[in-house]
Design a protein around this ligand. Structure first.
Ligand code: GA4
Length: 335
């Protein structure tokens, strides 16, 4: 085991000692087979921008198999893993997140999910690893995407858009040019945290996701925290059989602020390693992002300037993780 001296940890974000973040038992739970699932989804997205999805129909085997294959990758010698990086933004990354100086106590693989525009890095990773890994990633993504279309259709119906409009959100992810990506995060345990006098080590710093929707599955190690509407942070009890769904910035704009993109972060654990797999569903690069016209009430004005997903993404990659990326796109409040 590599023993890190405390100065080494100082390069990472340490949260000042405060009361331990409470384990939150109030996370909305949506059963996808429930007759009222549409309403439950919409209420959760308005109140929390976040919910736990159960009875989702994705076989546990697919999750467990991908977890198994992914751990095999992360167990490889560092020099092998480094050959799949640094992220451009796709590929293997360790400790550095994004191009602007953010760091976290994790290593990860970032892949794009559109088979037509699969990046050279993603291809390299699959070529260098047993075929099982690629199959596990592809099977998992296929199943999660299909489930995600159902969730987005229910969301549209729950927003009162009517059956004819039910695909206004899902079509963006189903589009062959959908700019979606997939992230496998490995947070190694950090025993040294115990010596930090109650401070916590940040695995992945606070941020909102830029896309429409994120679908997260993790093993049974805790660490994920979300920020509630009143600004308090709470810990999300892990559940390896369920998905956690995040509203992204793009969906906040498309609902003209009815849904809020959820601020979230991950803290490192002292003894257990955490593995999470996240599908980020985004629109095609050329898509104009604006509130859905059929959602707008008479006289309601957009809270945001119009922009394309490409423009938003370009700006996102010049930002720091914790920045409010939607800020520059907000219209000044009318007096
Ligand atoms: C946050 C959500 C996703 O993990 C991600 C991240 C991306 C990256 O790691 O390359 C970003 C981050 C995320 C938002 C701001 C920019 C871009 C790192 C960063 C500092 C893949 C994404 O789409 O946006």
């Amino acid at each position: 085991m590599v023993v890190l001296s405390q100065p080494a940890l100082d390069h990472f974000l340490l949260l000042q000692p405060c009361k331990p973040t409470p384990l939150f038992t109030g996370i909305p739970v949506v059963d996808l087979t429930h007759p009222d699932a549409k309403t439950l989804i919409v209420n959760a997205c308005k109140d929390y921008g976040f919910f736990k999805l159960v009875n989702h129909g994705v076989p546990f085997d697919l999750m467990a198999n991908l977890e198994h294959e992914t751990l095999k990758f992360f167990k490889k010698p560092q020099s092998d893993k480094d050959r799949a990086g640094p992220p451009d933004p796709f590929g293997y990354g360790s400790k550095r997140i994004g191009p602007n100086g953010d760091v976290g106590w994790l290593e990860y693989l970032l892949l794009n999910t559109n088979p037509d525009v699969i990046s050279p890095r993603s291809l390299f990773i699959f070529k260098e690893n047993p075929q099982n890994f690629r199959v596990a990633v592809e099977e998992y993504i296929r199943a999660v995407k299909n489930m995600c279309y159902v969730v987005l259709e229910m969301m549209a119906e729950g927003l009162g858009l009517g059956v004819a409009q039910r695909n206004v959100l899902s079509r963006l992810l189903e589009d062959e040019k959908s700019d979606s990506c997939f992230r496998l995060n490995h947070y190694p345990p950090c025993p040294e945290v115990q010596a930090l006098n109650g401070r916590n080590l940040v695995g992945f710093g606070e941020h909102t996701d830029p896309q429409i929707i994120s679908v997260l599955r993790s093993n049974s190690t805790s660490g994920l925290q979300i920020c509630l509407a009143d600004g308090t942070w709470v810990s999300v009890p892990p559940d390896q059989t369920s998905f956690f769904i995040n509203v992204g910035d793009t969906l906040q704009v498309m609902t003209n602020g009815r849904f809020k993109s959820v601020k979230h972060r991950v803290l490192a654990d002292t003894t257990k390693s955490r593995l999470s797999m996240i599908y980020f569903g985004g629109p095609p690069l050329s898509e104009k992002i604006a509130p859905l016209p059929s959602l707008m009430l008479k006289g309601e004005e957009s809270l945001y300037k119009e922009f394309t997903w490409w423009e938003y993404k370009k700006a996102a990659y010049t930002s720091r993780l914790a920045d409010n990326r939607l800020g520059p796109f907000e219209k000044p409040a009318a007096h």
